[in-house]
Design a protein around this ligand. Structure first.
Ligand code: HEM
Length: 407
């Protein structure tokens, strides 16, 4: 398998695939125009509300109280909680996330690289040793989850991802842990995202379920997606022989920005969003009745000529072009649910490039070892082996100030 291989049937990667209904009754759409019309959802015909798939009684998992499962309208036609929930945290993500997290992300990254160099082998599985570790630790810092809980939280997220919605374990132990975090923060306030949530809760702007819904939701939304994008960063550069190009543009914000947008577009880590259809709809010849499920394929829409904004000279969307401009990809969604962590994810990709290309000289993909990606809710990379010049890396490490340990 190559990093650029799509881990499922090619029709789900093709914007010209006609809309169709599969054997299980799920409808699928692929073109940029169709996907965008659903994301903008002007007549509220589609919903992320999981209620139709949840058991009617019993406890509901906290993930379902997070904003990306909640709409500005309910299925009963009432006002929904999405916009108030988003408003609680949006200012922090827009105004403070990058400034607050930049030094923290850099220190986590440098610590990760130093641990790799300390092994003394000149080898690294970037997917596990650098990428998923960075994305998980950033979320821990964001939510207040302690680093000792990193692996435990990872396992809890996997358990949730592998469960079906109608038999999802409520994960009481995670809920209990989150309440401990909240209690500690009430006793010793800081000036972080968790404090904003706790304050909104003490003021009555959000309820108990919503408060822990945020903690779980951020953990679910920001780890696998970002981990996959970070691994794609290394592996696409290697596959398309662009590692030297990436080294040459370090310090050029615009060129690095374009490269990052193309990695997001080309890989589209979150390939498809299933939505509940509230009103009878139609895409081309396909009628999509109310109460059915619609699969909205970001991965295909991002290969549509429309991502070039109709520019006749734009590069073929099936090619990886690190200088693609314009690049109107929708890998981070669009409309009301436009990714809240987008600046943070791009910052992680930028810092990953800066630090690893500098600290791991001669970094290159190890073609003797397998590359593995699995196609799931997120198209995550599990194995991506690289080598680097161990001696030079040790010299660089020896000449550097040790990073402040991030706890
Ligand atoms: C490259 C990494 C990422 C990718 C590809 C990604 C992708 C997406 C996509 C496609 C959506 C829209 C889903 C929909 O339409 O229902 C979304 C929403 C969201 N993302 Fe991300 N995401 C990434 C990183 C992050 C990070 C790091 C965070 C937080 C720390 C985050 C938080 C969110 C939240 C809160 C929403 C829901 C927003 C709302 O419903 O209003 N994401 N993301």
């Amino acid at each position: 398998m190559k990093p650029s291989d799509f881990p499922r049937d090619a029709k789900f990667h093709d914007p010209t695939t006609p809309p169709f209904r599969d054997d299980e009754g799920v409808h699928h759409i692929f073109s940029y125009a169709d996907v965008m019309s659903v994301l903008m959802n002007r007549d509220e015909a589609f919903s992320r509300d999981p209620a139709p798939w949840l058991p009617g009684t019993g406890p509901v998992h906290m993930a379902f109280d997070f904003m990306w499962m909640i709409e500005p309208f309910t299925l009963d036609g009432e006002a929904g909680r999405h916009d108030p929930l988003r408003r609680v945290v949006e200012p922090w993500f827009k105004l403070r996330a990058v400034g607050t997290m930049e030094p923290i992300i850099r220190d986590i990254m440098v610590q990760g690289i130093n641990d790799v160099v300390a092994k003394g082998t000149g080898e690294v599985n970037v997917a596990t040793e650098l990428c998923s570790r960075l994305s998980m630790r950033v979320i821990c810092r964001l939510t207040g989850i302690e680093f000792e809980r990193e692996q435990w939280m990872r396992e809890k997220l996997d358990e949730f991802n592998q469960a079906t919605w109608d038999n999802c374990p409520p994960q009481w132990d995670v809920q209990a842990y989150f309440w401990q975090l909240i209690a500690k923060r009430l006793a010793r306030p800081q000036d972080e995202l968790l404090d904003i949530l706790v304050q909104a809760w003490t003021e009555g702007a959000i309820d108990d379920h919503e408060l822990i819904g945020y903690l779980y939701g951020f953990s679910a939304a920001g780890t696998d997606t970002t981990g996959a994008s970070l691994a794609n960063t290394f592996t696409y550069l290697a596959e398309f022989d662009l590692l030297d190009y990436a080294r040459s543009i370090q310090g050029d914000e615009e060129a690095v920005g374009m490269l990052i947008e193309e990695i997001l577009r080309f890989g589209t880590p979150f390939p498809m969003k299933p939505l509940y259809v509230c009103k009878d709809s139609q895409f081309g010849d396909l009628k999509v009745p109310a109460e059915s499920v619609l699969g909205v394929w970001f991965a295909a829409a991002n290969r549509d000529e429309a991502v070039n904004g109709g520019d006749a000279d734009g590069a073929d969307p099936n090619l990886f072009d690190p200088k693609r401009s314009p690049n109107k990809h929708i890998a981070l969604g669009r409309g009301k649910h436009y990714c809240l962590g987008k600046d943070l994810a791009k910052l992680e990709m930028k810092i990953l490039l800066e630090e690893s290309l500098r600290r791991l000289p001669e970094l290159q993909m190890d073609a003797t070892k397998p590359f593995r990606r699995y196609g799931g809710i997120v198209d995550s990379v599990t194995d991506a082996h690289f080598t680097f010049d161990q001696e030079q890396a040790e010299r660089i490490k020896a000449g550097e100030r040790e990073p402040t340990p991030v706890a």
